[in-house]
Design a protein around this ligand. Structure first.
Ligand SMILES: [Zn+2]
Length: 236
């Protein structure tokens, strides 16, 4: 069972934990963690695990076989060790701003053009990418949605995270389609709610209020063929 502290406290920068397994000397599982593992098109957190005065840099975090595994830069951690985990907060905060910005863009594309997001990639700190199924590759239409997104950001809607019962999600016309891909065994679904604008089932980390994003700008638009458009964006 993963005890993923970031799900309920996205502002948590430091935490205490115990090492529960170590594989090949460098892949460390903890009894709880605030490190976000690479998933859902969003890059992993980085930071450190500290034991006493010894610092292990966390260079990658992934989900493997239901556990969150922290890859550290050197061997030495042992099962039972007590560690302090510390996130590289600049990196995490930046990724959260990008992730919430991607939700604003997807909300604007869907509401105003009926276009659905087919993929996203927030892998680097200087750009994000979303793919969407807009019928015609119309630059001005896409630029207009980025402008609309920036207006929504200026309105500074709060971002809320909560859980809903699956049966309630399935009755909700806005959420049901998005929830279809979630395994049937999952009975409560985490919702990220940009108040008054967009709600989605989501397992990632977000900022608390839209103004934290700043401003979205287009880096590049790519026509990926039938129905598939790609937007590279940045925030400043
Ligand atoms: Zn998301």
């Amino acid at each position: 069972m993963i005890k993923a502290l970031y799900l309920d406290d996205m502002q948590l920068k430091e935490f205490e934990a115990e090492v529960t397994s170590v594989k090949d000397g460098k892949y460390v599982v903890l009894n709880q963690t605030a490190f976000y593992p690479k998933s859902g098109g969003i890059a992993n957190d980085e930071g450190t695990l500290t034991r006493g005065s010894e610092v292990f840099n966390v260079v990658y975090v992934g989900k493997f076989g239901g556990a969150i595994s922290h890859e550290v830069d050197k061997e030495g951690l042992q099962v039972g060790d007590k560690v302090t985990g510390t996130l590289n907060w600049d990196r995490r905060y930046h990724l959260m701003r990008f992730h919430t910005a991607a939700h604003v863009l997807s909300g604007a594309f869907y509401k105003n053009l009926g276009a659905k997001i087919t993929g996203n990639d927030i892998a680097t700190l200087d750009q994000g990418r979303i793919d969407f199924n807009l019928e015609h590759f119309d630059r001005s239409l896409i630029e207009e949605q980025v402008e609309n997104s920036n207006k929504i950001i200026q309105e500074d809607h709060p971002v809320d995270v909560y859980y809903l019962e699956r049966s309630d999600v399935e009755k909700d016309p806005d959420l049901v389609k998005l929830a279809m891909g979630i395994p049937k065994g999952i009975k409560t679904i985490r919702i990220v709610d940009i108040k008054g604008f967009d709600r989605q089932p989501d397992g990632g980390c977000h900022i608390q209020s839209l103004k934290e994003i700043g401003k979205i700008s287009i880096k590049k638009l790519v026509n990926k063929g039938k129905n598939n458009r790609r937007l590279y964006f940045t925030i400043e």
